[in-house]
Design a protein around this ligand. Sequence first.
Ligand SMILES: [Fe+2]
Length: 399
Amino acid sequence: MSDERKVAKKGYFHCHMPTRVIFGPGRLSEIGDVCREFGKKVLLFSDPFLKKVGLTERVIGYLKKEGLGVTTYDTIKSNPLCTSVDEAAGILKEEKCDFVIALGGGSTIDTAKAAVVVASNGGKSWDYVWGSDHEPVSVTDVSYSIITIPTTSGTGSEVTPWIVISNPALKGQKAAFGDYRLVAKVSVVDPELMVSMPPALTASTGIDVLSHTLEAYVNVNATPLANMLALDAIKLAAENLPTAFGNGNNLEARAKMAWADVLAGWTISHAGTGLPHAMGMAAGGLYDIPHGVSIAPCLAKWMEFSLASSLNKFASVAEAMDNDVKNMPLRKKAEKSSELVKQLLKDVALDVTFSDLRVTENDIDYLVEVVYTRFGGDVESCPRKPTREEVAELYRQCL
Ligand SMILES: [Fe+2]
């Protein structure tokens, strides 16, 4: 299946939002009923924390109540490994499951989606990644329906076709791939599940939401639909992330961030991500940094770097984040956008540098190489396409 984001010819675009989103506090209890149409036996993906707090068991209860057989794969850690995906794919086939449920954050959802690819098509998960030293294997078959239950408000993976995995044999390097048939059939988005997220996780996933919308909104593949969704998501994140960070029990702020995440997921499904994701994922792979944290150091600097290429859009970003800038002259308003992002990063204690995350000057050549080999698509889609020297300089400025 072709990557339709590459159709960047003016006036041509695609639109694909097939996920049935079941949204609202308490709606997790509907999961058993929702799943009956997908088969008799499910592989439930989860993680050790959710198992410990009893959420995995609660979901198993809802599924069994509807007569479904359940096998679990619940050892997933953040920055999921390709080896873990391959192990899960083996279980999916051996246990003869009919479909999968991913209960968790982006790592769990990406593991489940990638395991479906391997169980459906064979081989190893790393065979399918883009920008590797081998020609990526194409996804020809998707034999299992995917249901998602996000427990964080970040990554958007619950509604996107994208997957990011890490390879322990390559210094933890991350790589992405995707296919439009991997988009979840149903996503149960229950904001009550996000209440237990600690502040640091709330911040890193929330900044991921913001970066998805910013990078997609200004990039060359932005579509009319992505533009609409992005501005709403930016406004929701700016208004609600500090509250969700400061008071995790505020269900209204949690619900608004959960919805912003869905919108941001749809935005990157149509327009993709940009340079901050490429730079962050290169660094995050090297030092096992949480995804949203790895993007934080370069987000505002990249906005400053890109400003002149997209003045109108950066002005709209500023207006979405703070209505008080409305009457400013265009350029001043556009300049405000990066200042507002810097302030938001401060508000959620993510005003970090790459040095804070252990990156050093000596790493820069390696990171630039990873940016271009693994995430070339993110570089190509930037409104101001950087040279290798400019990417190195951006890393340097963010140390
Ligand atoms: Fe992301």
